[in-house]
Design a protein around this ligand. Sequence first.
Ligand SMILES: Cc1cc2nc3c(=O)[nH]c(=O)nc-3n(C[C@H](O)[C@H](O)[C@H](O)COP(=O)(O)O)c2cc1C
Length: 189
Amino acid sequence: MELLKAIYQRRAVREFSDATVTPALVHDLLHAAAQAPSALNLQPWSFAVLHGRARLADYSRRAKRHLLATSAPTFGLDPRIDHYANPDANLFHGADTLVVICAKPGPFASVEDCFLAAQNLMLAAHGFGLGTCPVGFARAWFNRPEVKAELGIPPHHEPVLPITLGHPAQPPPAVPRHEPETVCWHWDA
Ligand SMILES: Cc1cc2nc3c(=O)[nH]c(=O)nc-3n(C[C@H](O)[C@H](O)[C@H](O)COP(=O)(O)O)c2cc1C
């Protein structure tokens, strides 16, 4: 897929079909993610791959409980957090696969580097016809020490962005963007 087209057409996908993601696809996506630039080329990321709708439904229930117990001040800021008070609402939108990008400790910008890897992964997935959605609401739960221990995430790796992965049920609608705000443009001839 043409790069600019992919950048403009990628959308957060929140409805997935029953089709399943294969380990080979996830493998390819992790390699695409790892092509991201990183400070000093430290590549300070690791990936937790979690697959299975029942598994993700269980994580969603537990992560929502944590979210609702700890995020009271943000209620009302994002209408989705109220939506998640509904027991049937799935934080991972019914996807069958979740990749949690984790930042390894380092001297520079580990978390920022991970977000670059995340964008690579999402664009590559779009190129393969897959849908993704970053799920920031689940970040805090994945950072709980007991959850990291349960999943096998090393204690010093920090989950920074869970990203769902699946086959889109239908193409999501376009989401408008603001004009880029240019606060200065000093351009000598
Ligand atoms: C850091 C980050 C966290 C996000 N967290 C969530 C989330 O918890 N749940 C969700 O449904 N979407 C989440 N999103 C997706 C955004 O809502 C979405 O990217 C935005 O509305 C723009 O839509 P688009 O990606 O379709 O262009 C997140 C996006 C980012 C970058």
